[in-house]
Ligand binder design. Structure first.
Ligand SMILES: [Zn+2]
Length: 73
């Protein structure tokens, strides 16, 4: 992730900001604006990933989200 050129980093960051702003979860169910996942997905995640999802975009949220998606897959 460190070696991405600036433009792709911005795109990535916008992607995660949109994820948080959206009201649709990764699983297509409804979720709350500002949350990464719906309650069902979130509660099935291991506690360390749940905790990591409280980080801000640009401060670790990206990695937490990717780990969560891998876990839910
Ligand atoms: Zn979900």
């Amino acid at each position: 992730m460190d070696k991405l050129p600036d433009q792709s980093w911005k795109k990535e960051k916008n992607f995660y900001i949109r994820v948080l702003a959206s009201e649709e979860c990764y699983c297509d169910r409804e979720k709350k604006h500002g949350y990464a996942f719906c309650y069902g997905c979130y509660s099935s995640l291991p506690p360390e990933i749940q905790k990591a999802l409280y980080q801000l975009v640009g401060k670790g949220f990206e990695d937490a989200y990717e780990a969560a998606v891998k876990w839910l897959d």
